[in-house]
Design a protein around this ligand. Structure first.
Ligand SMILES: C[S@@+](CC[C@H](N)C(=O)[O-])C[C@H]1O[C@@H](n2cnc3c(N)ncnc32)[C@H](O)[C@@H]1O
Length: 280
């Protein structure tokens, strides 16, 4: 059996430039507006395909070095291509942010957008890393998502996946146990509440301010959402079904989103917080 285009995409997290227009792009613009007036050294954590670094380099001629730390080799390769015109002003490091290396960087600006939930339950390691490196007066701008969760810890994208699994024949009540059996921690559990996160941050960083917005995702077609899901969540959720049902799974996720769009006028919405952090 040959894999569908969406399955192949999910393995390499491809198509992110296009897919991220649905949600993540708004975080980038939001964060760039809050950077210090003339940043010198910027570190972007979970830099993906380098879009934030590119936008920052274009907007701030003061940046001498824009460094990206990222785990996915596919994304690093795409970022390297995008950032090639900026030559020695950029550097990319392959890094696991749950076990960050002691790189010799002294940034006055650090950013991390749409990444933190992937580091659960070890977020404090990257907070300590930033706290050790941030230059005096520097800013760490962090965005975090806070979907509502049910008694099983499911919410946000988990809900759409639950609807897809139900359409494929899994009784709705069995979905939390299926997540547990497959070792898929619900995203709404990974995202922590604002209060929990504040407690994890507090020993390492001070909160200088915050903003909130409602991130609303709307979609034009089932195919568009299947593409967004594969580019954003990769094969994280598709492990819930056997290999031979994965193409059906991505189709069902797209269809669940399309139905929601028809019924509610959007697929999902959830509060996003921008934290402005400094050292103590
Ligand atoms: C939703 S994307 C966000 C990318 C980019 N920051 C943006 O806002 O568009 C999450 C990124 O975090 C990266 N990531 C997830 N876990 C990671 C880890 N443990 N270490 C480094 N990068 C990680 C993923 O590979 C992916 O590029």
């Amino acid at each position: 059996m040959t894999a569908s285009a969406t399955e192949i995409q999910s393995r390499t997290l491809a198509g992110y430039a296009d897919a991220s227009r649905l949600r993540q792009v708004h975080d980038r613009d939001w964060v760039l507006e809050r950077l210090p007036a003339e940043p010198q050294i910027l570190v972007d954590l979970g830099s993906g395909i380098g879009q934030l670094l590119q936008a920052a380099l274009e907007r701030f001629p003061s940046i001498r070095l824009a460094a990206g730390l990222e785990r996915s080799e596919h994304r690093i390769a795409e970022a390297a291509e995008r950032l090639r015109p900026y030559g020695a002003r950029t550097v990319l490091h392959r890094a696991d942010l749950t076990d960050p290396e002691p790189l010799p960087l002294r940034p006055d600006a650090v950013t991390m957008t749409s990444v933190l939930h992937w580091l659960f339950p070890h977020e404090e390691r990257i907070f300590a890393w930033v706290s050790d490196r941030l230059a005096p007066g520097g800013r760490f701008l962090l965005t975090t998502y806070h979907p509502a969760r049910d008694e099983h810890g499911l919410g946000g994208e988990d809900e759409i996946v639950r609807e897809a699994l139900t359409a494929l024949g899994t009784p709705r009540a069995d979905v939390p146990a299926l997540f547990a059996r497959a070792g898929v921690l619900p995203i709404a559990t990974r995202t922590r509440t604002v209060d929990d996160l504040a407690a994890v941050l507090r020993p390492h960083l001070a909160v200088a301010g915050h903003r909130e917005r409602d991130a609303v995702v709307t979609v034009e077609s089932a195919e568009q959402y299947a593409h967004f899901h594969a580019a954003t969540f990769g094969d994280y959720y598709s492990r819930l079904v056997p290999a031979e049902r994965r193409a059906d799974f991505f189709r069902a996720v797209g269809e669940a989103a399309r139905q929601r769009q028809g019924e509610r006028g959007h697929v999902s919405h959830m509060p996003v917080r921008l934290w402005e952090l400094t050292t103590h």
